[in-house]
Ligand binder design. Sequence first.
Ligand SMILES: Nc1ncnc2c1ncn2[C@@H]1O[C@H](COP(=O)(O)OP(=O)(O)O)[C@@H](O)[C@H]1O
Length: 176
Amino acid sequence: MANATSRGAPNIMIAGTPGTGKSTLGKELSQRTGLNYINVGEVAQAAECMEGYDEELQCGILDEDRLIDELEDVMSQGGNVVDYHSCEFFPERWFDIVFVLRTDNGILHSRLTKRGYCEKKIESNISSEIFQVILDEAKESYAEGIVHELPSNTAEELESNLDQIVQWLENWKSQH
Ligand SMILES: Nc1ncnc2c1ncn2[C@@H]1O[C@H](COP(=O)(O)OP(=O)(O)O)[C@@H](O)[C@H]1O
């Protein structure tokens, strides 16, 4: 079974409420570091890992077991940046570090409005962000010290987050 010591490069999880900037950060990080970017929502669609549709929240319902099977090989190899809103159902052994992006309510509201989400979906996501649902789930699911909260409101914060993660990656490489 692959673990951090047998992987040639680390696996990084980028989690957070929709609209907090996961794909913006994840894609840019991949470009700067050469890590493989995985958008879990897109993989799930392409590999038909959906098991229905939530009419109220207007989103697909993920078949988590199928998705995990689908990603197992690539995750075992290491060197991935994984973008998905939640991370509590992934195997803990997959990730060397988990970042949870956080965005102020007003900013998040305007990003989700621009995205064309219905009011119910916006409210549900804003309330999830207020109650830091994703952050708490991540903390409950991964070892202490693995989960890090990152502010994601401005271009300056994006740049600072990228710098911090690139620095962490350099340290990881020098230690493995
Ligand atoms: N740190 C940031 N500062 C300002 N705008 C951002 C930041 N991160 C993301 N955005 C913008 O917010 C919107 C949502 O970002 P996105 O990466 O698609 O979020 P997610 O993948 O979490 O749903 C996009 O329009 C993006 O350009």
